[in-house]
Design a protein around this ligand. Structure first.
Ligand SMILES: [Fe+2]
Length: 349
């Protein structure tokens, strides 16, 4: 059990403390939604058509492998229109339960990425090494599993689901980079980091597929998305971040109050669902999650998800392959699945 003084010491160490201010010319652009919209559209166009040219060519050369059935075509259209598709109960609950049993043990045993998480990324902590589960639960927004495809090989089936690969590539018109993670998000009131509204990127395409590994209700931290905000139109570029407004709270992200000026709460889509439900979402749109609500933290439950991250190129040549997968798990891969292994180090056994 953590003592109050230890708790206070930890919470003080991770306190949000912005060290920089926005550059004046960026602030000028972001204060003008018309300029902001044009700039983002240009940057995305450049990433999609110039930096990702080789990914586009690869898609064109393999187009016959990406033929969609009617349902998949419908999902692509829905994604184009709304920026989000929800597939309820897509994976069988008993399959997910068998995974979640392993996932829970792995998180409890702290087989986690010790250099992951917002506190390390923003220099508030050097590493998560040596921290107890209880300490992590009060100080981290979420923890990520170390090498998820090695620790839970059943994830391979989800990560390389052919339908997912076809839908995402057809939507983009190129073969995106492919990365995976499995995370446990801890409830916090007030919320932390990505639980405030934001867009994941303004300069390249980012699409996430995540699978709920536990049932997610209002108390389980549902993902929240504002449909049709993924196209960088003027309206979606209008809400200002706290960082740009000079408000030093909520991690510099966009407050609910600011969002409400442009998108009434009734337009926010909160995605609740049973374990095995899938969310496909273009996170260049406005979103937050997990969305923790209410004033009683005792009611809130940690949320486990498996997550596939697809991106267009940002033009930086990667030296290291960031993901790992066992050779035995890809031996029966189709040609389509094998197209997504560029980012993977193949481990013998
Ligand atoms: Fe995000």
């Amino acid at each position: 059990m953590l003592t109050q003084s230890k708790k206070d010491e930890l919470l003080n160490a991770i306190k949000y403390n912005p060290s920089s201010s926005p550059r004046p010319y960026m602030l000028k652009i972001r204060s003008n939604p018309y300029l902001h919209s044009i700039l983002n559209k240009l940057r995305i166009w450049y990433s999609r058509n110039v930096l990702s040219k080789s990914l586009k060519d690869r898609y064109s050369n393999n187009k016959s492998k990406f033929i969609l059935n009617n349902v998949e075509s419908r999902y692509v259209n829905e994604l184009r229109s709304n920026g989000i598709v929800v597939l309820e109960d897509y994976f069988d609950a008993s399959f997910i339960d068998s995974l979640e049993k392993k996932v829970n043990c792995i998180f409890r045993d702290l087989k986690i990425d010790e250099h992951g998480g917002y506190n390390v990324a923003h220099g508030r902590l050097k590493t998560l090494k040596g921290m107890t589960y209880e300490e992590l639960a009060i100080s981290e927004e979420s923890i990520g599993m170390l090498n998820p495809l090695l620790n839970v090989p059943e994830f391979v089936k989800i990560a390389f689901n052919e339908s997912f690969l076809k839908i995402v590539s057809t939507y983009f018109g190129f073969i995106p980079s492919h990365q995976v993670s499995s995370s446990r998000a801890f409830p916090h009131l007030p919320p932390m980091e990505s639980s405030y509204f934001h867009k994941d990127s303004g300069n390249h395409e980012v699409l996430h597929i995540f699978v709920y590994l536990v049932d997610v209700d209002d108390n389980g931290g549902p993902f929240c998305y504002i449909p049709k905000t993924h196209k960088n139109d003027v309206k979606s570029c209008s809400p200002m971040t706290n960082y740009d407004l000079g408000i030093k709270k909520d991690y510099g992200r966009i407050s609910d109050k600011e969002i409400n000026k442009f998108y009434h709460e009734s337009e926010w889509m909160r995605i609740k669902g049973k374990r095995g439900s899938v969310v496909i979402t273009h996170v260049n749109g406005l979103h937050k999650g997990p969305m923790w609500m209410g004033d009683n933290i005792e009611k809130l439950k940690a949320r486990d998800i498996f997550h596939i991250n697809f991106r267009s190129s940002v033009g930086v040549k990667k030296e290291n392959k960031s993901e790992k997968i066992y050779k035995k798990d890809i031996k029966n891969f189709s040609e389509l699945q094998s197209l997504f292994l560029d980012n993977y180090e193949i481990i013998e056994s």
